[in-house]
Design a protein. Sequence first.
Length: 278
Amino acid sequence: MRFHTTEPAFRFRQGTQPLLISMPHVGTHVPPALAARFTPEAQQVHDTDWHLERLYGFADELGASVLVATHSRYVVDLNRPPDGASLYPGQSVTGLCPVDTFANTPVYASGTGPDDAEVAARRDALWVPYHQQLRAELDRLRAEHGVAMLWDAHSIRSVLPRFFEGKLPDLNLGTANGASCDPALANELLAIAQSAPGYTGVLNGRFTGGHITRQYGQPAHHIHAVQLEMTQSSYMQEAMPFDYLPEHAAGVQPHLRRMLEAALAFARQQAVPQRCAE
């Protein structure tokens, strides 16, 4: 079985510094034949990480490489393991090819999701190329700079009873409970998040990092990975039409940039002994 789409699996811009920003949930494309099987609600792809490319518009100034998904997470979720295993066993989660939304409503009008063959076809067409590019760029950065920094960028509605009680902190840093990056960097990033006036921050709270953070963060091999899950209320409307709010975004962007600059500074410090050893 083949998966038919007219869109590439990702967009990629190569930078000059040892930093890769991954955006696996910003895609909105759903091939028409598949969209016809969705409910009207699912066709609006509510659970997109909206406007992150615009929010991270300073990425090119930092010299970062940027990897951006094109297809909706309802087609295939690039931040899930390829076998569909749960990231948070015992808790409510959505799958590799989700059959329900964050609001716990059905994605498919018939109530019947894709079979195993269709899941495999979507994975091969979209998940595999994205992860191949991600792996290749991290390897290139490490070979060129002696270290690679992966920043997995996400956003989510601040109130989602299905997944957590109350309102989510604004800046949710995840490092796979300390396994995916150096603790010194994680604590520095947390300090920036918690000192941002008007915003709240937490490290390894409800979100400890998805498959990408857990899979690629290998500090012992000079690859450090951090996930940031931001509340969408920090920069946009959380309900339709999901508009970007420039004044809101301008408030959080300086703190976001400070975190990325700190990650880059840490990477440069780590690169020095690596180069000297060569």
